[in-house]
Write a protein that binds this ligand. Sequence first.
Ligand code: GLN
Length: 257
Amino acid sequence: MSTEVKVYEHTTPGAARGRIRLLQLYPRDMNIYGDWGNTLVLIRRAQWVGYDVELTSYDPGEELPGAVDLVVGGGGQDSGQERIKDDLVMRGPELVAWAADGVPMLVICGLYQLFGHRFLTGTGDQIPGIGLIDAQTVAGPGRLIGNIALKSEDFGTVIGYENHSGLTTLGPEARPFGTVTSGDGNNGRDRTEGARVHHVIGTYLHGSLLPKNPRVADWLLARAVEHGGGTWEPEPLTDPVEEWAERARRVALSRPR
Ligand code: GLN
């Protein structure tokens, strides 16, 4: 197994306004329902508005980079969660320290669950989490599947797609990512969706989330640039990408669950 840090450079055509060190966690096991699209959006939007991105991916047993400005991780089946759990628990203290230092993070579904305290699976196994987010998850009797919309204070209406059996309950240290207006969210009962702590967002929204919600992408990029000591001064976007995102949002909202 390689122990080198794999770095992929994505440079902007002109003189860069800054540089973002982006880390993708566990792409081999935790990356379903288009979650990789979140990383692509972060790279492309950063380049379009003048920032270089240095992408590192991390799978179990590899080296973590010494410093990062942004962390992204996706969802996975219970079996994928089983495969990464020991490595994640070992890396937990580093991730917790980065989050406390203001590193923005986006973790979806399976990794969101394991950023909490624990996940009790349908077969009665307990998968330990790293406790970065004050939440715990217990498998429910069925799966919560479909398009989902939330209202969020910072991002307005957020749209995505959920598919999970785990039912998550937030503790007092976590505030929700948003309030569910259509769909199930954390547990189908209390209308909360996802969790936020420091600059970390945990959520059940696949979709992929960021192509349909560029405001969330830009918020993560802004926090990342600030974490690296720079200022977020994006060049204006000239492409019709906002229009495409708006169309995707309209279609998702109009579809029955
Ligand atoms: N295995 C977890 C669940 O079903 C996570 C699923 C996912 O990441 N989509 O609750």
